[in-house]
Design a protein around this ligand. Sequence first.
Ligand SMILES: [Zn+2]
Length: 128
Amino acid sequence: MKSSTPSSPPFMRKFDFLLILGILLIALLFWWIPAKDNGQAAVVRVDDQILHTLPLDRDTTVTVAGHGHHVTVAVKNRTVFVVWADCPDQLCRNTGTIERQGQVIVCLPAHCSIAVEGTAPAYDATTY
Ligand SMILES: [Zn+2]
C-alpha cells in the first residue's frame, strides 16, 4: 500500500520548490545577460573579410557583392536586417532583424555574414 513513505510528500515539495527556483534563476540569468550586451555595430563580412562596420546608432544601408550575389543590409532603429538580396534561397532576408551581440545573419550563396558585435568579449572563435 502507500504507507511505506509517509515523509516523502513534504520532501518532494521542498525539492520541487528548489528546482523551480533554480530554473527560474537560470532563466533570469540567461535573459538578463544578453540584454546587457546590446550590440554596438553590425559587421558585414564576405569570405571572412570585413567590408563594412555599421554603427547601430546611425541608420544606414549598404549593398555588398559576393560570389555573383548581392545583399543589401540596413541598420534602422538599432536593428539590423537584410532589405534585399538576389540569392536564390532568401534565407538571409527571412532571418528578420537582429540587434543583440552575437546574433548573425548569414547569406550562404553570397558567402556573406552580418554579425552584431559589441564591446564585451562574446566569443574567442572569431579572434585571429
Ligand atoms: Zn541570401
